[in-house]
Design a protein around this ligand. Structure first.
Ligand SMILES: [Zn+2]
Length: 187
């Protein structure tokens, strides 16, 4: 369900903090549309660290594989990335069907190596928010509808204290892809 316990503002703040801690930078100078790689100097390995910090903060499991890898796995090698390492038209259709304008910059024939530079504070926050929005209506332990947060980040059951159980990032991506395919949005 779309939860309204953790706000987007709070998520963006948490992503800035995770990035600043990883890169030993200052969260206050980071802007939501900063590219992690181009503007903030992050390297590929830093993403693991940033994801780990976000997982710890929110009690979630971020996707281990980007959506393009899942497309290749589900629909066949070469579906998303061609033999020259360029993004296919089909990959762009999937990305548009999933993210719309929320994840700008994807275009057919772009080099796969350019994709990581498209990640910004805002798109990372969007990824976190998508997972938070898998919050079940009721507590998985006591069955009550009593989700709450004390710090604006961690959601727990106000009735029994159980931590919120979210879907993990990779499963969520697979579910979207299956749905996009079933809805015949991709030709
Ligand atoms: Zn409970």
């Amino acid at each position: 369900m779309t939860q309204n316990i953790v706000t987007e503002e709070k998520v963006i703040e948490a992503v800035k903090k995770a990035v600043a801690e990883t890169l030993s930078g200052n969260a206050e100078t980071i802007q939501p549309d900063n590219s992690l790689i181009k503007d903030l100097g992050a390297e590929s390995l830093d993403f693991l660290d940033i994801n780990y910090r976000l997982e710890q903060s929110f009690g979630i499991k971020m996707a281990r594989h980007f959506i393009l890898e899942h497309i290749e796995e589900m629909f066949g090698e070469g579906t998303a990335i061609d033999e020259n390492g360029l993004l296919t038209e089909k990959a762009v259709q999937f990305l548009k069907a999933r993210y719309g304008e929320a994840f700008p910059g994807f275009r057919a024939n772009m080099d796969i190596d350019e994709v990581p530079s498209l990640f910004t504070i805002r798109t990372m926050a969007g990824g976190v928010m998508d997972i938070l929005n898998t919050l079940p209506e009721k507590c998985t332990k006591c069955g009550n509808i009593a989700w709450k947060t004390d710090d604006g980040v961690r959601v727990i059951c106000g009735s029994c204290g159980e931590s919120a159980a979210y879907m993990n990032g990779d499963d969520l991506i697979k579910e979207w892809l299956t749905k996009i395919q079933a809805d015949n949005k991709i030709c």
